[in-house]
Design a binder for this molecule. Structure first.
Ligand code: 0X9
Ligand code: ZN
Length: 300
């Protein structure tokens, strides 16, 4: 049984997914999308009320891109837990299939447990410094702005677009999955809800829809505990950053509803909210995620 009073190691995350696949074989499928640089298995969980093929719209959730942002995988597990183990949420499976990738950067994540709590990047070796910022490595307007060509930078974009196997694994599963209506990337921290694009000061054709829905999410989250989110394209409200997975999801994979959550911070460095904060942050954000789900169910 999962409890949200502690953060889990990569192996424990995968063990939880496997447990669910065993306990709920009619709704849950767990499959590897590939391995990390250090050969850890990157698993997705598909949650669907229709076993076998389905033509429902899919919501795809990606977590753990940045190793130190521990609240991100934690929230992805909470989403899975709510969808699979809370019967009150069965309506969320009526019109939607869910796919969650809880551990986008397993090597970096384990490194934050064992060696350096503030590690952000992947762990592929470099000459001067190791690792690439996965969220600068995607091949849509790669390296144009807000990314670094210096190995030792925390926003090092890599030698080339998709140099990182983890980014290629996500790219390939997005391409291989039909009917993805929404893509949600979970990060921390800052209480932002971004929609694309982040490579430059441009917005997609449907920016008004994205803005409207972002503001609904923001209001619902605020109503719970007064947590204030800022909404907008990340270029306009934070900074430009080319090569992010959300820009790829929209510009490369053609997904129309795309968001990045920058979850609330905590702890000494902002990236380490104490375990007692896991549950409140997950619970309030889940209310926002459900707003996106209802919108997708009605409009996809
Ligand atoms: O810099 C990033 O990759 C993200 N911030 S974080 O503190 N989690 O590292 C912001 C991403 C930029 N915005 C979008 N991808 N939309
Ligand atoms: Zn991040």
């Amino acid at each position: 049984k999962i409890s949200f009073d502690q953060y889990l190691r990569h192996a424990e995350i995968n063990a939880y997914l496997d447990q669910l696949a065993q306990d709920y074989p009619e709704t849950v499928t767990v499959s590897p999308i590939g391995q990390s640089y250090e050969n850890r298995s990157m698993n997705i969980i598909r949650i669907s009320s229709s076993s076998g093929p389905s033509s429902k719209p899919v919501i795809f959730v990606e977590a753990g891109m940045h190793a130190r942002e521990w609240i991100s995988p934690a929230l992805s597990l909470y989403i899975i837990n709510q969808l699979v183990e809370n019967p009150n949420n069965s309506r969320l499976l009526e019109d939607i299939d869910w796919i969650v990738l809880p551990s986008m950067n397993p090597d970096g994540y384990e490194y934050t447990w064992d060696v350096n709590r503030m590690w952000r990047k992947t762990r592929s070796p470099g000459v001067e410094c190791d690792g690439v910022d996965g969220n600068r490595n995607f091949g849509f307007h790669w390296m144009e702005q807000g990314a670094s060509d210096r190995e030792c930078s925390d926003s090092y974009a890599g030698k080339e677009a998709f140099s990182e196997v983890e980014a290629r694994n996500l790219r390939d599963i997005l391409a291989a999955t039909a009917n993805i209506s929404a893509f949600i990337s979970l990060h921390s921290y800052g209480q932002y809800l971004f929609y694309p694009y982040s490579y430059d000061d441009v917005v997609p054709d449907n920016w008004q829809e994205l803005r409207y829905l972002a503001d609904l999410v923001k209001d619902v989250i605020f109503a719970i505990n007064g947590t204030k989110y800022t909404t907008g394209s990340s270029t306009e409200v934070l900074y430009p950053a080319a090569g992010c997975s959300d820009d790829w999801a929209m510009g490369g994979a053609g997904i129309k509803i795309v968001y990045v959550f920058e979850l609330p911070g905590g702890g000494e460095h902002g990236f380490d909210p104490p375990p007692s904060r896991i549950l409140p942050v997950c619970a309030e954000t889940w209310e926002g995620i459900k707003v996106i789900a209802d919108y997708v169910a009605q409009n996809a």
